[in-house]
Design a protein around this ligand. Structure first.
Ligand code: NIG
Ligand code: FE
Length: 432
């Protein structure tokens, strides 16, 4: 740490007495294949924070000298990690769709429920009837629940509005909460989440919706700077590969970075398209083809896996995480928090599925939910690592060994988090 690191007037923190500090330190880009095997587990080190940045990681005696007068945070023999990055959520919605879970148990399929006007359409009807204020209140509570499990950065998609005004309303909720909450929120425009029912009836209606997305909705989203990413649900029965290419090419020209819901339920060439477009991430991939795996291994695109969705839908298949890693792809893990296919705010639970269902090592799962989650949001130089210069985004877990994080499955072990150096979530721990 440099001598002038302690600038006047800033709150400086010194995190001491952690059983392990898991730094995930390394290059500021997605980790690929074998690079994901090292999460950087350190004992007997302290972490110095100056203002909103990590200043240094090292022996406590050294950091004490470099940062005299810093407020000590006693980690009490727990595990200190980078704040988790949840790089795929649909957190702005109205009522829960608990009715559909029972319908699926009785044999109804996810897309069959959607074809009858349920699924995403049910959430669309619901969201359209609610005000921006009401949605803000609902989303605030839900995002704080995500934070309470150790997440400090959350990507949030629109996609339950599907009209110009309802999509803008959704994105404004995200913008308001990004100002208000300590969490870092990354907004994604998902106007192409479904073809709305009013456009579904005819082929012309379908084409008219794609037209509306590109010529009416996208220009407003871009002009009001309401989204960093554009995303499309590329799936047979929803948006075709060609429609997805058209929408995302327009989005890129409007200055947005790209994401795709790809190969979630049927292998339709979504991963190959993500690679072709150089998308920042291709998400889901539960049914990706071998050609899709090879394409992502060669592309800069992060493969974001969402095993909670398959678990909740009662499907036995999972994304081929080992094949992706063996081929040299970059893998991220996220919750897919949404009312239809993955209503969990618990990212550590997704790490459990990463290890027990996707066969990741603990280090791979941790890197997937920190460094690679950040890379899936274009933030690999900003968050996801405990290393000098990175945002002071930290999570303290009530465990003594990082292997316990996916082990106590479903449990909330998060004791406290800090985002940009400020207390974010805290449970029963005095935080300065
Ligand atoms: O990621 N696949 C599309 N979108 C969501 C589900 C949305 C919903 O059912 O409400 C997903 O699984
Ligand atoms: Fe999703």
């Amino acid at each position: 740490m440099t001598a002038n690191a302690a600038r006047h007037g800033e709150v400086n923190l010194l995190f001491v007495d952690a059983a392990q500090v898991v730094t995930c330190a390394g290059p500021a880009r997605a980790r690929r294949g074998a690079e994901m095997r090292d999460a950087g587990i350190h004992r007997e080190v302290a972490v110095a924070v100056v203002g909103d940045r990590i200043a240094a990681v090292g022996p406590v005696s050294e950091l004490d000298r470099a940062l005299p007068g810093a407020t000590r945070v006693d980690c009490g023999g727990r595990v200190l990690m980078p704040g988790l990055v949840d790089s795929h959520t649909h957190a702005i919605f109205g009522r829960p769709r608990s009715d559909e879970q029972e319908q699926r148990a009785a044999g109804a399929d996810y897309l069959a429920i959607a074809a009858k006007g349920g699924g995403i359409h049910a959430s669309v009807r619901d969201l359209r009837a609610r005000s921006e204020e009401e949605l803000t209140t609902l989303a605030r509570t839900r995002l704080l629940r995500l934070a309470s499990y150790g997440t400090t950065t959350v990507e949030v998609k629109s996609g339950y509005g599907l009209t110009v005004e309802d999509e803008l309303k959704t994105l404004r909720v995200i913008a308001r909460l990004a100002q208000e909450l300590p969490l870092r929120l990354v907004p994604t425009w998902l106007g192409a989440h479904e073809i709305p029912l009013e456009h579904r009836a005819t082929a012309q209606g379908r084409a008219a919706y794609v037209d509306l997305l590109i010529h009416e909705m996208l220009p407003r989203v871009a002009a009001e700077r309401l989204a960093v990413f554009a995303d499309v649900f590329c799936e047979p029965g929803v948006f075709t590969v060609d429609e997805t290419r058209t929408i995302l090419t327009a989005a890129r020209a409007a200055g947005l970075a790209l994401k795709l819901h790809a190969d979630e339920l049927t292998p339709g060439g979504g991963a190959e398209l993500a690679a072709e477009l150089g998308a920042t991430s291709a998400d889901h991939l539960a049914t990706i083809s071998p050609a899709g795996v090879a394409a992502l291994a060669r592309a800069p695109t992060v493969a974001t896996l969402l095993p909670g969705t398959m678990l909740f839908l009662g499907k036995s298949g999972h994304a081929p995480a080992r094949a992706l890693l063996d081929a040299g792809a970059a893998v991220a893990l996220a919750t897919d928090f949404n009312p239809g296919t993955s209503p969990t705010p618990n990212l550590p639970l997704i790490l459990t599925l990463g290890v027990s269902q996707l066969r990741l090592s603990v280090a791979e799962a941790v890197v997937a939910a920190t460094v690679n989650g950040a890379a899936a949001l274009g933030l690999a130089g900003e968050t996801g690592q405990i290393a000098p210069g990175f945002s002071a985004d930290l999570a303290l877990f009530d465990i003594e060994d990082v292997r316990e994080l996916p082990y106590w499955y479903g449990d909330r072990r998060c004791r406290a988090t800090w985002a940009r150096g400020k207390a974010c979530h805290q449970f029963d721990l005095p935080v300065p």
